[in-house]
Design a protein around this ligand. Structure first.
Ligand code: A2P
Length: 339
């Protein structure tokens, strides 16, 4: 069977990546329907080498175009407004925003980690795609949790500007151009709260009353929903001037002593994970190498010097792919298999 597939946010950074992944994965498509806001409706885009015109996202469009699978990545408000109409028209919605993620009636899925949760959505409905930083972290934590039992996780992220969409990527490039023109002082920040070029910003999303940011709380809550666990997690999320791969420094406290070598063996067998860990050869994951790939890379795996129950590691993945488009397409493929 082939499906009529819509992408809401077709002109955005994630939307464009979804088209690439659909093509690479030879997704069974009957008709592709690119949707965005009124602003870009009528604009021509090339998908799979063919010209298409973007259509406006409206409540009626899903029924009119007989959409069967709809990928949403146009912000939480758009999902809130239009996803129910898509479901009403009989669609499977795969939602990239945070809007439905913590709703107990909506599965939050990372293929390879909690595939069985897809069963909650048999037929039309919504499946939520987790936060980008959560996805790459749970891919690493899940096999280790299963093998050894995790008690606590402390993570610091180094998140690329692509997480803020196209305007985030453009802002970094623009500010770097200003730097080379000796005009960086005039680079007024818009996508970020401060200048991002040649800087780091220890704030992603809004601050909450507990002094953590929303992004940090997403990593904490979503991880435990996906793993069906009650792991103590603390996160510090930092925006860095990297274009599109997120890195994470993760410290994991296990129930028992876990030699780094044993953890490494488990990770070498984990789905969608590549271990890159040869310090002697200066070999470890870096954003530059992860970009435009569908794997999550892990390295610097080592035991804590004071407590053998603690392991430290470093993990990198392409934010637009693993953190968004690839995971969304993998969810759709799983749903097709199971339905
Ligand atoms: P548009 O280009 O028409 O504004 P990014 O994450 O890269 O910033 O992209 C956001 C995506 O969400 C774009 O494709 C954008 O389309 C789309 N979008 C923004 N607002 C709406 C809306 N109200 N309805 C549908 N799509 C929207």
């Amino acid at each position: 069977k082939k499906y009529n597939v819509a992408v809401v946010g077709a002109s955005g950074a994630v939307g464009e990546e979804i088209f690439c992944v659909l093509q690479e994965q030879k997704f069974p498509i009957a008709k592709i329907i690119p949707l965005a806001s009124k602003r870009s409706s009528g604009e021509e885009i090339k998908i799979f080498g063919q010209k298409h015109r973007i259509k406006e996202t409206t409540p009626e469009i899903f029924a009119k175009e007989e959409v069967e699978i709809a990928f949403f990545s146009a912000g939480g408000e758009v999902s809130k407004e239009y996803a129910p109409h898509a479901v009403g028209a009989g669609c499977l919605v795969i939602d990239n925003t945070s809007h439905f993620r913590m709703d107990p009636s909506i599965p939050l899925v990372v293929p390879g980690v909690n595939d069985e949760d897809i069963a909650q959505c048999n037929g039309p409905g919504i499946i939520a795609n987790p936060n980008c930083s959560t996805i790459q972290m749970v891919q690493v934590l899940a096999p280790l949790h299963k093998a050894f039992g995790i008690k606590r996780v402390d993570v610091s992220t180094y998140q690329a500007v692509s997480g803020a969409g196209k305007r985030g990527m453009e802002e970094l490039v623009h500010q770097m151009q200003k730097f080379f023109a000796f005009e960086l002082e005039d680079a007024s920040p818009q996508a970020f709260p401060h200048r991002i070029a040649l800087n780091l910003i220890p704030q992603i999303d809004k601050f909450l009353p507990n002094d953590f940011t929303k992004e940090e709380m997403k990593m904490i809550q979503e991880t435990n929903k996906i793993l069906h666990s009650q792991i103590a997690i603390s996160a510090t999320c930092v925006r860095v001037p990297v274009l599109r791969s997120h890195s994470e420094s993760i410290s994991i406290t296990f129930e028992r002593e876990v030699p780094a070598l044993e953890a490494r063996k488990i990770l070498e067998q984990a789905k969608y994970i590549k271990v890159c860990d040869a310090p002697k050869d200066l070999f470890y994951p870096m954003p530059m190498n992860a970009t435009d790939t569908d794997e999550t890379y892990v390295g610097r795996i080592r035991n804590d010097l004071y407590d053998r129950k603690i392991l430290h590691l470093w993990c990198v993945a392409d934010q637009l792919r693993v953190g968004a488009a690839t995971n969304a397409v993998r969810i759709a493929e799983l749903w097709i298999q199971k339905n």
